[in-house]
Design a protein around this ligand. Structure first.
Ligand code: SF4
Ligand code: SF4
Length: 157
């Protein structure tokens, strides 16, 4: 039985070797595609699921969906997200409410694990397909995601 297995393994190994060589040969004769980057910058399409850079979408009224619950910051494994909050008077209820002040995202630390987007209960953050991250200074990788003067969008907006 052992001898049969031994011989069978030899044939399997030869088959795998030929399979690998076939793929190599196929790639040798296949038409080559050269990306003309950065000339093709505007036309270059990325995969839909690509995780380029974390962003916080704002609507036309400069409103976002972040309720400053801090869940994303708590779940981020390496402190990439730093959120500060402030108290603001809610005109509807007449009570003070905690709102987002600054949402800082350090692109230089991010591992693109997406734990932040998966756990955000408001879908307030998402991935953009921007892959051009080269900067001259590290501090420029620390990006504020909520725009200046932005506020929380009313529900269903
Ligand atoms: S982005 Fe989402 S999880 Fe993070 S603080 Fe805002 S609402 Fe909470
Ligand atoms: S993708 Fe991961 S590392 Fe990057 S900010 Fe989100 S939780 Fe943090």
């Amino acid at each position: 039985m052992k001898l049969i297995n031994y011989i069978a393994n030899i044939f399997i190994a030869i088959f795998r070797l030929l399979q690998g060589m076939y793929i190599t040969m196929l790639n040798l004769i296949r038409k080559k595609v050269t990306e003309q980057y950065p000339e093709n910058r505007g036309k270059k399409e990325q995969f839909e699921q690509m995780r380029g850079q974390l962003v916080m979408p704002h609507n036309e009224n400069n409103q976002h969906k972040c309720t400053a619950c801090l869940i994303c910051m708590t779940n981020c494994p390496n402190g990439t997200i730093q959120i500060t909050t402030k108290m603001e008077m809610n005109e509807e209820t007449g009570k003070e409410k905690k709102v987002l002040d600054t949402y800082m995202y350090d692109l230089g630390c991010c591992t693109y694990c997406s734990l932040c987007t998966w756990t955000c209960p408001q879908d307030a953050i998402e991935w953009s397909q921007n892959f051009e991250h080269a900067m001259f200074t590290r501090s420029k990788l620390n990006i504020r995601l909520n725009k200046e003067g932005s506020s929380l969008a009313p529900k269903n907006k």
